[in-house]
Ligand binder design. Structure first.
Ligand code: NAD
Length: 268
């Protein structure tokens, strides 16, 4: 049985994760952490998530539950996640990290824990998106150097704070890697004014923020005469939460290292 604690338990993903842990076999809800000083500290996390009292109360520090959990699931914000990594390294805990929007410096900091913490870090935990990454690899290899323009379009709810989404960037990286291109050099993240025509090798990104869209990604391969679109649409956060719980159960048996969902799902 994997004992799971959820940081950011009052957030959109946090509440969904409580539900997902409840529904999972071989996993138990061992704790929930809210922001320091939050008035939700002391609340039953089952009640917070709308699944009814579970007898586990939210706390506002990891120290308070250090002996209770094996794996910490963290969908919060970059700085919070990095602080939690330091805690997990110190206390021999494993982590599943869904937080997106890290800067290059923050990603380097995260990576520096790969020898100290067994972690799964993925910008999208859904099985469907991770399969889509494989499809994109195949499509890019077949089309990318044959005159097909590649564009990534993503849509999310109005509250999302980072852009483009971590998933869109990951899709761009997978495509760029498949084609021997560097996303830092060939990614185009903004087009405004007299920006001139598109170049052959660029990989373009467009972002939509509106309403309650859970997460949609389309990658377009377009040339004269035809267009192929590979689309993934998430209709509920449960798909990410289920993937995260699957990752938590998997990482519980792993040595220190930085893993992703392709490792968890055996898609490498
Ligand atoms: P949210 O704002 O609803 O939730 C974040 C929660 O973290 C909030 O409740 C906040 O109070 C809490 N928090 C902040 N600082 C804290 C601290 N020091 N200690 C404990 N809790 C703290 O956001 P969300 O929509 O749930 O998304 C959270 C993150 O997860 C974002 O980066 C988002 O992009 C990412 N995300 C990833 C996936 C994936 O599959 N990897 C899926 C959805 C969202």
């Amino acid at each position: 049985m994997t004992r799971i604690a959820i940081v950011g338990v009052a957030g959109r993903m946090g509440r969904t994760l409580v539900n997902a842990v409840e529904q999972a076999a071989e996993a138990t809800l061992a704790g929930g952490i809210v922001e320091p000083g939050s008035s939700l500290a002391g609340a039953d996390i089952g009640e917070l998530a709308g699944v009814g009292k579970r007898g586990v109360v939210a706390v506002d520090s990891l120290e308070a539950i250090v002996d209770d959990f094996d794996v910490l699931i963290d969908f919060t914000a970059p700085k919070v996640t990095l602080a939690n990594l330091a805690f997990c390294a110190q206390h021999g805990k494993r982590m599943v990290i869904g937080t997106t929007g890290m800067s290059d410096d923050e990603l380097n900091q995260l990576d520096s824990y790969r020898d100290k913490v067994a972690m799964v870090f993925a910008p999208n935990m859904s099985v469907g998106v991770n399969l889509t990454l494989k499809l994109l690899q195949t499509a890019a290899q077949a089309l990318g150097d044959e005159g097909y323009d590649i564009e990534v379009i993503e849509s999310h709810h109005r509250h999302k704070v980072d852009a483009p989404s971590g998933t869109a960037i990951k899709m761009g990286e997978v495509i760029a890697d498949s084609l021997g291109r560097n996303l830092k050099e060939h990614g185009v993240f903004e087009r405004v004014g007299q920006c001139g025509p598109r170049t052959d090798k660029e990989i373009g990104f467009a972002t939509v923020r509106a309403g309650d869209i859970v997460g949609e990604h389309t990658v377009m391969f377009a040339t004269e005469g035809e267009r192929i679109e590979i689309t993934h649409k998430a209709s509920s956060r449960m798909t990410f939460a289920k993937g995260a719980v699957r990752a938590a159960r998997w990482v519980a048996g792993q040595e220190s290292g930085r893993y992703d969902m392709q490792d968890v799902l055996g898609l490498e």
